[in-house]
Design a protein around this ligand. Structure first.
Ligand SMILES: NC(=O)C1=CN([C@@H]2O[C@H](COP(=O)(O)OP(=O)(O)OC[C@H]3O[C@@H](n4cnc5c(N)ncnc54)[C@H](OP(=O)(O)O)[C@@H]3O)[C@@H](O)[C@H]2O)C=CC1
Ligand SMILES: CC(=O)[C@@H](O)[C@H](O)COP(=O)(O)O
Ligand SMILES: [Mn+2]
Length: 398
């Protein structure tokens, strides 16, 4: 059988949870994938190991000192990888003409510019960085349409929806006979915790997700269900569905990754063990299928699948995200920035878990009437919302 041509990949956020799972899939298919560039923010030790293993053309790291340490270590090891530094270098390796596909797996708004650079350059964009779409949905989707980029969702729910939609689906649910998109949510570590205990939960407890091992920011988002809120907005942009057509279904086992209901009553679901190598391999090889190292789903071991309605009182962040999507304009960007600041403050133990929603809500109220019709406007709103959130965090700090 003919071997498919090798695809050159840039992995943005290579040292993170998604980045490492991506490299695991790459390593299983050396005949298919070649690493063009790997990027990290601060973890030069981890990046060094990855560079020595995958020999990319470029390695990018956030600060000058880390870059210098990396250069010295690579020179000693006889590596020919060139080390670059800073945010412009991220855009450079995302848009380089030698690159076929870009795994966009930087966490937070920091991922926006390089993810957008890949979209503008017409790459196959494997999007894990949901914050980029929440911040700049219209701008991002316009860039994809203008350049002819292929945008494939990595987020497990959105990858599941993509798999349950017809081939060639063009963001027009009515034309495809789609009635609803059902996004599943685990409910996180506090789904059933006594409400009285939530005031005192620690970052360690919030990061102990019942089903997935992920970075700390997204783990806290899962614990507040802001992750699902961001995913509702992400689904809106990816699939062209309004808020009214998106339903969140709490499904604690995380075996059904999401569903699409059609007008004839059919509901198509994608199932699998909770392992991000499945959506990553799906998107990397799409439209083919490749082995991902994920064990078979044992339905007899799982035995049951449970479903509940989300509790908007326990999880106010989910309601705030729906409100931001309905408000439109600057609201989703403000929601995202205030959430990033609040989560960082919680992880630093400056505010309590329940304060996260208390930081975001007043910021969202101030977002009405602000336009976001350009990247500069989005970045200005992001900066403004971080100032609002910081002031709120100071008020709440213990
Ligand atoms: N983990 C998961 O299973 C899932 C993650 N996602 C999304 O994927 C994205 C990545 O998540 P995850 O892998 O868990 O996150 P991690 O925190 O594990 O990794 C984040 C990566 O981004 C890098 N990074 C952090 N800050 C910056 C910055 N300012 N500039 C450049 N690079 C930066 C980190 O570098 P360094 O290591 O050097 O700090 C690291 O490589 C998020 O948007 C998340 O919502 C979506 C679905 C599932
Ligand atoms: C793996 C993935 O896609 C995460 O976004 C996951 O969905 C988090 O789980 P929650 O359903 O708890 O938010
Ligand atoms: Mn998800």
């Amino acid at each position: 059988m003919r071997q498919p041509a090798t695809q050159r990949i840039t992995v943005l956020g290579a040292t993170g949870s998604i980045g490492q799972s991506t490299l695991d899939v790459v390593a299983r298919h050396p005949d298919r994938f070649e690493v063009f560039a790997l990027t990290a923010h601060r973890q030069d030790d981890k990046l060094l190991e990855q560079v020595l293993r995958f020999s990319p053309q470029y390695a990018v790291i956030g600060d000058v000192e880390a870059a210098q340490r990396l250069r010295v270590a690579l020179a000693e090891a006889g590596s020919r990888t060139e080390v670059l530094c800073g945010p412009e270098a991220l855009e450079q390796v995302a848009a380089a003409s030698d690159v076929d596909m870009v795994m966009a797996a930087i966490v937070g708004a920091a991922g926006l510019r390089p993810s957008l650079a890949a979209a503008r350059a017409g790459k196959k964009v494997l999007l894990a960085n949901k914050e980029a779409l929440v911040l700049s949905g219209q701008i991002f989707m316009d860039a994809v349409a203008a350049s002819g980029a292929v945008l494939l969702p990595i987020d497990s729910e959105h990858n599941a929806v993509f798999q349950a939609l017809p081939a060639g689906y063009a963001r027009a649910p009515g034309r495809a006979g789609v009635r609803r998109v059902l996004l599943t949510a685990s409910g996180g570590p506090f789904r059933a915790a006594p409400i009285a205990e939530l005031a005192a939960v620690t970052p360690e407890q919030a990061c102990a997700h019942p089903n997935w091992v992920m970075g700390r920011k997204i783990s806290v988002d899962s614990a507040t269900m802001m992750n699902k809120g961001l995913e509702v907005i992400e689904a809106h942009w990816l699939f062209g569905v309004p808020a009214e057509m998106i339903e969140v279904v709490v499904h604690r086992q995380s075996v059904i990754h999401s569903m699409v209901e059609y007008v004839d009553g059919s509901v198509l679901a994608q199932l699998g063990n909770p392992d991000m190598r499945t959506p990553i391999a799906h998107a990397m090889a799409w439209p083919e299928r490749i082995e991902a190292g994920v064990r078979s789903l044992d339905l007899f071991e799982i035995a049951r699948l449970d479903f509940e309605r989300p509790d908007f009182q326990r999880f106010p962040c989910l309601g705030l995200a729906f409100a931001a999507l309905r408000a439109g304009g600057a609201a989703p960007a403000v929601l995202n920035a205030a959430n990033e600041e609040a989560v960082a403050a919680f992880l630093d133990r400056r505010i309590a878990y329940l304060d996260i929603a208390r930081v975001i809500e007043p910021c969202l109220e101030r977002s009405a009437g602000v336009a976001v019709d350009s990247l500069d406007a989005v970045l200005a709103v992001d900066a403004q919302a971080r100032d609002w959130a910081s002031a709120q965090i100071q008020t709440l700090s213990r």
